[in-house]
Design a binder for this molecule. Structure first.
Ligand SMILES: NC(=O)c1ccc[n+]([C@@H]2O[C@H](COP(=O)([O-])OP(=O)(O)OC[C@H]3O[C@@H](n4cnc5c(N)ncnc54)[C@H](OP(=O)(O)O)[C@@H]3O)[C@@H](O)[C@H]2O)c1
Length: 370
C-alpha cells in the first residue's frame, strides 16, 4: 500500500507565536504556567476576559488568543500588552467555521504547549439578524416582557449561510468547529493529577423549541443562533459524561445582554448616538432584570468566575449567568438548564458521526489532489 501524503502544515510563524524564538528556554516556564486558550479573543467578551485574567494572574498565565483575523488579533495583543507589558500572550490563527483551519490550528497548539488548562470556546456569530418589530411591541405589552428583554425570545431571527465545507455557517462557527477543536486537543487537555476546563459562551437565547435533533445544523429554521446555543448546552453536558474521568470538565455561561459588535449587528443601521441615548433606558431595565450586564467587562463575569472554581464542584446541568445589579455590582449565578441527558447523548453521537464524515471528506479531497 502506498503511504498517503498529508497536506503540509505551515511552520510556526513568529508573528503568530511571538515567543517562538525563545521556545527552548520558555518551555519549562510554560510547563509551570497555566495555559489558557480563548477563541474569539480579539473583541467583546473574549477580549474583556483576557484583560481580567491578566489583571490578576499576568505572571502565572500563558494566554493564547485564537482569532480568525490576525490584524485584529495583533491589535488585541498590543492592547493587552499595553496594560500588562510582562504578560505572555501568543496568537493563533483559527477560523472556527473552517474544518481545515481548526485542524491546522489544533496541530499548532499541540506543537507549542504540552498542556492546556483552560479552553474558552467563546467565538460566535449571529449573522443577518432580523429584529421582529411587531413581535417586540406585542411582547412589550405582554406578561413575557421581562423574559423578552432578558433573552431576546421571539424577537430575533437570522438568515444563515453554507460554508465551503458544506456546513451551516452558524452551526459550524458557534458549535461544530469548537467541538472538533476539543476533540483534536484531547491529548493536551487530559493530564494526570490535574484538572482542565472547557468553558462555552452560550446564551439565554438557547431554546429547546429552536433545536431539532433531526436537523442539528438548523437548515430548515430561522433561528440558527438559538439552535446552536441550545446545542452548546447539550454538548457541554455530554462532554462531562464522557470526559470527567480524564479530569476534563465542561461548563456553559450566559454573559447577559452585552453591547458588543454582535449586538450592534442586530440593528446595523441604528446610529451610534441612538445606542448612547438608549443606555440610560438599559440601566433602568436593570431594576427589573439583572441580565443587562451591558459592558464586555460585566459580561465576562461568569467566565472569570469559573476560572477560579474547582471544576469538580460545578453542576453540569447548570448554566452560569453573568449578572449585574441595579447598583452595578457583578456576580455569577447558576440556573438549571432545560436539557436532558438522553438528548445530549444523542446530539453527541450525531456530532461524532458528522466529524467522521468531515474527516473522510477531507482525506478524499487530499487523496484526489495528490
Ligand atoms: N453580546 C451579547 O449580548 C451576547 C449574549 C449572549 C451570548 N453572547 C456570545 O458571546 C460570545 C462573544 O460574542 P461578543 O458578544 O463578545 O461579540 P463580538 O465582539 O462580535 O465577538 C465575537 C468574537 O468571535 C469571533 N469570531 C466570529 N466568527 C469567528 C470564526 N469563524 N472564527 C474565529 N473567530 C470568530 C469574532 O472575531 P472577528 O472580530 O474576526 O469577527 C470575535 O472575536 C459569542 O459566542 C456570542 O454568541 C453574546
Amino acid at each position: 500500500m502506498t503511504p498517503q501524503r498529508r497536506k503540509p502544515v505551515p511552520e510556526p510563524d513568529s508573528q503568530l507565536f511571538p515567543q517562538c524564538r525563545h521556545c527552548v528556554s520558555t518551555l519549562g516556564l510554560i510547563k509551570m504556567r497555566k495555559v489558557v486558550l480563548v477563541t474569539g479573543a480579539n473583541s467583546g467578551i473574549g477580549l474583556a476576559l483576557c484583560q481580567r485574567l491578566l489583571s490578576l494572574h499576568a505572571e502565572s498565565l500563558h494566554l493564547c488568543l485564537a482569532c480568525r483575523n490576525m490584524q485584529r488579533a495583533q491589535a488585541a495583543r498590543s492592547d493587552l500588552l499595553a496594560s500588562h507589558p510582562a504578560a505572555n500572550v501568543d496568537l493563533l490563527q483559527m477560523d472556527t467555521s473552517s474544518i481545515s483551519s481548526v485542524l491546522i490550528a489544533a496541530k499548532e497548539v499541540k506543537a507549542r504547549y504540552d498542556h492546556l488548562d483552560y479552553l474558552y470556546l467563546n467565538a460566535g456569530i449571529m449573522p443577518n439578524p432580523k429584529f421582529d418589530v411587531k413581535a417586540f411591541f406585542k411582547g412589550l405589552f405582554s406578561s413575557n416582557v421581562v423574559t423578552m428583554f432578558a433573552t431576546g425570545e421571539g424577537i430575533l431571527t437570522q438568515t444563515d449561510g453554507v460554508t465551503p465545507d458544506g456546513l451551516q455557517q452558524v452551526f459550524v462557527t458557534n458549535l461544530f468547529g469548537h467541538f472538533l477543536l476539543v476533540r483534536e486537543l484531547e491529548p493536551v487537555l487530559y493530564h494526570p493529577n490535574r484538572t482542565s476546563q472547557l468553558v462555552w459562551t452560550s446564551s439565554s437565547n438557547a431554546y429547546r423549541s429552536a433545536f431539532n435533533l433531526e436537523d442539528i445544523q438548523h437548515q430548515k429554521g430561522t433561528q440558527p443562533y438559538s439552535s446552536s446555543k441550545y446545542a452548546t448546552d447539550l454538548l457541554s453536558l455530554a462532554l462531562n459524561q464522557h470526559y470527567n474521568k480524564q479530569g476534563l470538565y465542561s461548563s456553559v455561561i450566559c454573559p447577559g445582554f452585552v453591547m458588543t459588535n454582535l449586538t450592534y449587528g442586530i440593528l446595523p443601521s441604528f446610529p451610534a448616538f441612538l445606542w448612547t441615548l438608549l443606555m440610560p433606558v438599559f440601566w433602568l431595565i436593570r431594576a427589573f432584570t439583572n441580565t443587562f450586564t451591558l459592558t464586555p467587562y460585566n459580561g465576562s463575569e461568569a467566565l472569570f468566575w469559573l476560572f477560579r472554581q474547582k471544576p469538580e464542584s460545578l453542576d453540569p446541568f447548570a448554566k452560569y449567568h453573568s449578572l449585574t445589579s441595579v447598583l452595578g455590582n457583578n456576580y455569577t449565578q447558576p440556573q438549571k438548564m432545560d436539557i436532558t441527558l438522553e438528548t445530549s447523548e444523542s446530539l453527541y453521537m450525531k456530532l461524532l458521526q458528522l466529524e467522521r464524515k468531515m474527516r473522510d471528506k477531507l482525506s478524499e479531497n487530499e487523496n484526489s489532489t495528490c
